[in-house]
Ligand binder design. Structure first.
Ligand SMILES: Cc1cc2nc3c(=O)[nH]c(=O)nc-3n(C[C@H](O)[C@H](O)[C@H](O)COP(=O)(O)OP(=O)(O)OC[C@H]3O[C@@H](n4cnc5c(N)ncnc54)[C@H](O)[C@@H]3O)c2cc1C
Length: 202
């Protein structure tokens, strides 16, 4: 049987541990449980097609990740982990200034181009005036206008992470809490030392 150690139990490590354990790999997840992890801080917006990130490698990866969410959420629900708070809720791209308002049509064209290029979860992006945007999301202040992206989703990072960790355990992964230190020799990890602070119950 293959063995794997995953260091870091944020949403990325939890996902790796879940998928490894589910694939039959003997998996150990080690997490230092830092108070300020990104998974807890993140807004959980799943809408990479509206990102202004320029990295060319990002979009193919993001496409696959977005497409994977519904399957992942269903798979977790099947093993009793339904509390991911994943939901397709739509997204408003706000214009708070004249300048931003003037830029909305270029953004709309960019999203249409990305959608035609295969980026999922954008849908048919529409213009929304300031009053309608406020009706959609009453906490908004005054804005000049917005774009509505109907298929954008969101997830609660901590809930998803917890569901993935529980799912990993269910598939036999071991979870340990404490820091791990790597010894690296010429870009290869040659050893891992782990200081266990606590072991979870259950
Ligand atoms: C304010 C904010 C808003 C964001 N909004 C979004 C958003 O809307 N949409 C989106 O897609 N992304 C968003 N992100 C990004 C997203 O949250 C992160 O990309 C994601 O959570 C990263 O997860 P991670 O598992 O890599 O890291 P983390 O969640 O930081 O987890 C890392 C874990 O590794 C542990 N660790 C680190 N080193 C060690 C070690 N040596 N030994 C043991 N454990 C260790 C830490 O204790 C921690 O628990 C946002 C991020 C922030 C900060």
């Amino acid at each position: 049987m293959k063995r794997a150690v995953v260091i870091g139990g944020g949403v990325v490590g939890a996902s790796a541990a879940f998928h490894l354990a589910r694939a039959g790999v003997d998996t150990l997840l080690v997490d230092r449980r830092d108070a300020g992890h990104a998974t807890g801080a993140g807004a959980g917006i799943i809408s990479p097609g509206t990102s202004t990130r320029p990295l060319p490698a990002f979009f193919p990866f993001a496409k696959d990740a977005v497409a994977h969410y519904p399957d992942l959420v269903a798979t977790l629900a099947e093993i009793g982990q339904a509390t991911t708070r994943y939901e397709v809720v739509g997204e408003l791209i706000l214009a708070k200034t004249d300048e931003e308002f003037a830029h909305l049509s270029a953004l709309k064209a960019l999203y249409a181009e990305r959608r035609a290029g295969g980026m999922p979860n954008l849908g048919d992006v529409t213009d929304v005036d300031g009053v309608t945007a406020k009706e959609m999301f009453p906490a908004l202040g005054d804005i000049h206008g917005a774009l509505y992206v109907p298929e954008a989703a969101r997830v609660d990072g901590d809930s998803l992470r917890n569901a993935l960790v529980a799912g990993a355990k269910r598939h036999g992964a071991k979870i340990r809490y404490g820091p791990a230190a790597l010894r690296i020799d010429r870009n290869r990890v040659t050893s891992i030392s782990i200081r266990i602070r606590s072991t979870p119950t259950g």
